[in-house]
Design a protein around this ligand. Structure first.
Ligand SMILES: Cc1cc2nc3c(=O)[nH]c(=O)nc-3n(C[C@H](O)[C@H](O)[C@H](O)COP(=O)(O)OP(=O)(O)OC[C@H]3O[C@@H](n4cnc5c(N)ncnc54)[C@H](O)[C@@H]3O)c2cc1C
Length: 374
């Protein structure tokens, strides 16, 4: 099989690229490992920023559809101390520039905007190799192969395309999330629901934080952030939900009950999500016929930018290819030269955020960060 533009991965980056190409009349095929759009729950809410994610959606011609997905009021945020006292609060007045949407709905919006058959589900790529003259061959888990004159790795943290460009691999950042969900929170978990309020809650302390979002309906999504080694987490048996939950809650012993309830009242099993990152400044020399977007190119610890940047990369690459018909190398050069510094800037901001969160003066550092941005 030969497809001219071959995108590996139907995440937000790959789908935005496919959509922007489609808007410009350029066909592309997306190969996705998962069996269907519903194969895996897509995670929680994403705030989509007016300086990157929303620009990508505009380039994709999907602003009206996007507005229909926005969860009103979810930009409200509050910072609590460990006794539950509100230290900082910000209402959602609709001018925040970071509306929240459910990730699954955003992905569905992009999928629905593509021609039928553009995404080949259940096609896991195992490797890719150069054939010369900018052509590549991709091998699939079922043994099939695809050749292409433009290969784009949009396949996330553990990209199978990245080895064509660089030897870098993600490393553990020292921090992990443990996630919990509380359903029907206003009636079943009222104290926790009240603590979270209408949008998001942060309760930070040195090396740890309880972070929670009010998602659609009255579902609360808790992200417990802990700076601990991978060995520390490995000693917890996450297949034993009750014991694992109790072990994580123990890290917050003495905290206000409405905060620890965001852990102990979880209606789902705790899910461990270790954070990995590529080196800041990860880049490569131009290799004809292949590039990367999103986490495949610049995975960093969650800083609220990853999905936004992935979409922005996809849109920028799509626009560059449309602007240079028949000249893939000029388009890829233009895209990469802008993408490399953009990724560094976001990762540097991330370092700043982490210093605020885990520095000596928690949570004042975090409050200062929000008030500085007013
Ligand atoms: C817990 C958590 C919370 C986050 N919160 C936010 C947030 O609030 N805001 C934000 O902007 N970012 C957030 N991020 C970061 C964000 O999720 C990522 O940066 C973003 O999803 C990257 O998009 P992507 O398209 O590059 O990759 P991905 O979303 O990882 O998509 C890659 C796709 O490729 C597929 N794939 C992988 N390997 C193969 C293969 N070998 N063959 C075929 N297909 C393959 C995968 O199945 C997947 O569909 C968060 C991340 C985590 C872990």
């Amino acid at each position: 099989m030969h497809t001219p533009v071959t995108i590996i991965g139907a995440g937000l980056g790959g789908l935005t690229l496919a959509r922007v190409l489609h808007v410009h009349g350029i066909p592309a095929t997306v190969y996705e490992a998962e069996a269907s759009p519903a194969a895996r729950t897509q995670g929680g809410m994403l705030d989509i920023h007016d300086y990157n994610g929303q620009l990508a959606i505009e380039a994709a011609g999907l602003m009206d559809e996007f507005r229909g997905l926005i969860l009103e009021g979810r930009e409200a945020m509050r910072i609590l101390d460990q006794d539950g006292a509100v230290l900082f609060e910000k209402a959602d007045d609709g001018t925040g520039g970071r509306p929240e949407v459910q990730r699954a709905e955003l992905r569905r919006m992009l999928l629905d905007s593509l021609p039928a058959g553009a995404v080949r589900w259940g096609h896991k790529v195992t490797s890719a190799r150069a054939l010369g003259d900018g052509h590549h061959e991709v091998t699939l888990a079922d043994g099939g192969t695809v050749t292409t004159s433009l290969l784009v790795g949009a396949d996330g943290a553990w990209s199978r395309v990245r080895p064509l460009l660089s030897t870098a691999t993600p490393e553990y950042t020292g921090t992990s999330f443990v996630e919990f969900y509380l359903f029907d929170a206003d009636t079943r978990h009222p104290a926790a629901a009240k603590a979270v309020g209408g949008g998001s809650l942060m309760a930070p302390a040195q090396g740890k934080e309880i972070h929670a979002h009010r998602e659609s309906g009255d579902t609360l999504h808790t992200y417990v952030m802990l700076t601990r080694s991978q060995d520390w987490f490995a000693a917890i048996d996450f297949t034993d939900a009750a014991t694992a939950t109790a072990r994580i809650a123990r890290e917050f012993a003495g905290w206000a009950p409405e905060l620890t309830a965001l852990i102990t009242d979880g209606d789902t099993e705790p899910v461990l999500r270790p954070h990995y990152a590529l080196p800041i400044g990860h880049r490569w020399d131009r290799v004809p016929g292949v590039t990367l977007v999103g986490d495949a190119a610049h995975l960093s610890a969650p800083n609220g930018e990853g999905a936004n940047l992935a979409m922005y990369d996809g849109a920028e690459l799509g626009k560059a290819l449309a602007a240079h018909p028949g000249d893939i190398e000029t388009a890829l050069t233009e895209y990469e030269q802008a993408m490399f510094p953009r990724a560094v800037e976001a990762a540097t901001d991330d370092t700043h955020i982490r210093e605020q969160l885990f520095g000596d003066d928690v949570p004042q550092g975090l409050i200062d960060m929000f008030t500085d941005h007013e």
